[in-house]
Design a protein around this ligand. Structure first.
Ligand SMILES: NC(=O)c1ccc[n+]([C@@H]2O[C@H](COP(=O)([O-])OP(=O)(O)OC[C@H]3O[C@@H](n4cnc5c(N)ncnc54)[C@H](OP(=O)(O)O)[C@@H]3O)[C@@H](O)[C@H]2O)c1
Length: 241
C-alpha cells in the first residue's frame, strides 16, 4: 500500500517540490492550496499522468476555522492512510509595530500557527496509526530577531514551540520536527536586484541561496529518521551562525 503525505501550500514553490519528491518515491500526495487552484490542478494532473490516482487536491484558507474543520474531515477519507503532514503554507509580510493590526495578526497567526496546530489536532490519530511524522516549516531568521516582522516571527516561533511540545506529547507514535529554511527563494512576487542578492549571499557561509530541493530532501530525511523528534533543523547554508 502506498504511503500518503499531506502538504499544505503545495501548489507552488517549496511545497510543490516536496510533492514531486514524494511522488517520485511512489507516495500518494494530498496537495493543499488556498488561492492557487490552477497550479494545484496542474500539479495533480502532472502527478496523476505518471502515477494514476495518486494525487488529490484540497482547498482551504487556514485563517478560517470552518475551512480547517472541513479540510480535516475531507483529508481523513482521501486515501487508506495518512503517514506524513507537512505544515508548509505560510503568509509572509512586514508588520512594523506602528501599523501592525489585528487583521495582520489573524492572517499571519492563522496560516503559520493556528492552522498547523489544529490540523495536527484533527489528524494526529491517523498519523499515529501509521507511526508517521509531522514536519513544520519555520524560518531560520527567528533566532536573531527580524525588525518589522514581529507578528510573523511570533507565529513561526510559536510553531517551533508547538513542535517541541508535541514531540513529547505525541511520541512514541509520531515524530514531530521543524525545518527552518534560510534564504531559499525570493519572497513571492518580489525580484531582488543583483546588489541585494549579493548582499544576501555574502552573509551565507555556503555562498549561495538555497533551493526548493534542499527543503524537500530534508523533509525526506526527517521522514526516514525515526530517532529524531522535537528538533529544528536549520537548512540555511550556515546563515544563522
Ligand atoms: N522561500 C524562502 O526562502 C523561505 C525562507 C524562510 C522560510 N520559508 C518557509 O518555507 C515555507 C515554504 O516557503 P515558500 O516560499 O514556498 O512559501 P510561499 O510561496 O510564500 O507560500 C506557500 C503557500 O502558502 C499558502 N498560504 C498562504 N496563506 C495561506 C492561508 N491563509 N491559508 C492557506 N494557505 C495559505 C499559499 O497558497 P496559495 O498560493 O494556494 O494561496 C502559498 O502558495 C513557508 O512556511 C515559509 O515560511 C521560506
Amino acid at each position: 500500500m502506498n504511503k500518503t503525505i499531506l502538504i499544505t501550500g503545495a501548489a507552488r514553490r517549496i511545497g510543490k517540490e516536496i510533492a514531486l519528491t514524494f511522488s517520485r518515491l511512489d507516495w500518494n500526495i494530498i496537495i493543499h492550496f488556498n488561492s492557487s487552484r490552477i497550479d494545484a490542478e496542474n500539479l495533480a494532473l502532472e502527478i496523476n499522468n505518471t502515477r494514476p490516482n495518486t494525487a488529490k487536491i484540497i482547498q482551504a484558507n487556514l485563517d478560517n476555522d470552518d475551512d480547517i474543520t472541513r479540510m480535516i474531515s475531507e483529508c481523513r477519507g482521501m486515501f487508506d492512510s495518512l503517514d506524513v503532514l507537512v505544515n508548509n503554507a505560510s503568509s509572509f509580510f512586514p508588520t512594523p509595530i506602528k501599523s501592525a493590526s489585528l487583521d495582520d495578526w489573524d492572517n499571519l497567526v492563522g496560516s503559520n500557527l493556528k492552522g498547523p496546530l489544529f490540523l495536527i489536532k484533527g489528524l494526529n490519530d491517523l498519523i499515529a496509526r501509521s507511526k508517521g511524522s509531522i514536519i513544520n516549516i519555520t524560518d531560520t531568521n527567528l533566532s536573531k530577531g527580524v525588525a518589522n516582522f514581529s507578528v510573523y516571527s511570533a507565529a513561526k516561533g510559536g510553531l517551533e514551540s508547538v513542535t517541541k511540545g508535541l514531540a513529547r506529547e505525541l511520541g512514541p507514535s509520531i515524530t514531530v520536527n521543524a525545518i527552518a529554511p534560510g534564504a531559499m527563494l525570493e519572497p513571492p512576487n518580489v525580484t531582488w536586484d543583483e546588489e541585494h542578492k549579493s548582499k544576501v549571499i555574502n552573509n551565507i557561509p555556503l555562498r549561495r541561496m538555497g533551493s526548493e530541493k534542499d527543503i524537500a530532501n530534508t523533509v525526506k530525511f526527517l521522514v526516514d529518521a525515526k530517532y529524531i523528534t522535537g528538533q529544528v533543523i536549520k537548512v540555511d547554508g550556515g546563515r544563522s551562525l
